[in-house]
Design a protein around this ligand. Structure first.
Ligand code: SF4
Length: 192
């Protein structure tokens, strides 16, 4: 994990973070984005999903996971009995990297305070890390396929690692893994 934020949970808020992100110019991604994408969902969410970065559609709409990968996520959330309106969804970086390149470590570090504050406020029961970039940034993990589908406890928080839904666009065989993982996640969250 990059660092622990020092904001006071009692006076910070999801709305405050949203407002800061929308006008943020802390890194160069602000120069090429159309809209920053702070995240979507209720602060009372039991689950938080963290992906990599906004894509083309997200950049245009300012909403996370609404493009092709978002539709895949929606499909499997539904199968797993997880209501999207009851979760919080965001990304490691809040602005789209040009041509959907992987955000640099510097960009990830610069943006990380927003995410850290969101986690601090929401304090979800489970944080679901979608894909390699999220796994690396938050848990310094490497192999998704070796670590996916199970709870990892770290610093008094529970993490659940799975593949990024965008991976299914390029490899349809991964849909079975994603379905299995989200069904398990749905069961976990109903029993917490
Ligand atoms: S990616 Fe994060 S740090 Fe960079 S401009 Fe966007 S909100 Fe600010």
């Amino acid at each position: 994990m990059f660092f622990v934020n020092k904001h006071d949970k009692n006076i910070d808020s999801i709305e405050q973070i949203r407002s800061e992100v929308l006008s943020c110019t802390l890194c160069n991604l602000s120069l090429t984005r159309i809209k920053a994408v702070p995240g979507e969902g209720t602060p009372q969410s039991k689950i938080m999903f963290i992906g990599e970065a906004p894509g083309f559609v997200e950049d245009n709409m300012g909403i996370p996971f609404v493009g092709t990968a978002g539709k895949i996520l929606d499909k499997y959330l539904k199968i797993a009995g997880i209501n999207r309106s009851e979760v919080f969804i965001t990304n490691i970086v809040k602005c789209r990297p040009p041509k959907n390149r992987v955000p640099s470590v510097e960009e990830q570090k610069t943006c990380f305070d927003y995410l850290s504050r969101q986690i601090n406020i929401i304090n979800p029961k489970i944080i679901c890390l979608l894909g390699r970039v999220s796994f690396e940034a938050i848990l310094s993990g490497s192999s998704i396929l070796q670590n996916r589908g199970k709870i990892i406890e770290r610093n008094n928080k529970k993490y659940f690692v799975t593949i990024h839904p965008a991976a299914i666009i390029y490899n349809k065989k991964l849909s079975d893994i994603f379905e299995k993982d989200l069904i398990f996640l749905g069961t976990l969250i109903r029993n917490i």
